[in-house]
Ligand binder design. Sequence first.
Ligand code: PEP
Length: 242
Amino acid sequence: MRPMIAGNWKMNGTLAALPAFVAGLGRTGTDVDLLICPPFPLIGPMIAALRGTAIAVGAQDCAVETAGAHTGDVSAVLLAEIGASHVILGHSERRADHGETSSLVRDKARTAIAAGLIPIICVGETLDEREAGEAETVVRAQLAGSVPDHFAGLIAYEPVWAIGTGKTPTEADVAAMHATIRAALGRQLGDAGTTMRILYGGSVKPSNAAALLAVPEVGGALIGGASLQADDFSAIAAAAPR
Ligand code: PEP
């Protein structure tokens, strides 16, 4: 299966800087699936700027409801209507900053799929949990709570302690966790769980991308900081195994 290289811009990026970013991507992405998830107001302009390329544009969250009196929220239906293809759900920053629970993430995933979006559900342990030897238990519980029945989307394993810190797990630790996730998805989803792409996220950069992307069961990367620079994003995409 083609690897997915996805950028999570978080609350970064400007309209003014978009043309230079898109120009910097060059011919990136002819044999990998590429996705960029900018802040909500940049989704439309990003889609317009990337028209004619194979690079998809997604959102970083969506509301659990489809419409109504929910000030500040953005519906999956609207995101799909303007051309977003994917939505990141349950990122650790949303779980921590907004108290998002696994059951809310599961309900958002259902809403997103019904609207025609492809969810990327994030799971990952904190440093305390890893040091206590609970990483796999925590991630299994997040999967059980966050992934709905008949889920069609992607999973991103993002150890919280690796996000934005420059630290990464060893390749052996990534392999072990991705094997755990693969087994859990198989139990939860049957055949669909055996082929679903599982992304790795957490301080992926051009210098470590090839090694991380070559780990068994790693089906791509979710990239924060390094996705903001077109040349870094392109270099990571170029490092993906074909
Ligand atoms: C992320 O927040 O999804 C992420 C992986 O961030 P970074 O690459 O900056 O660690």
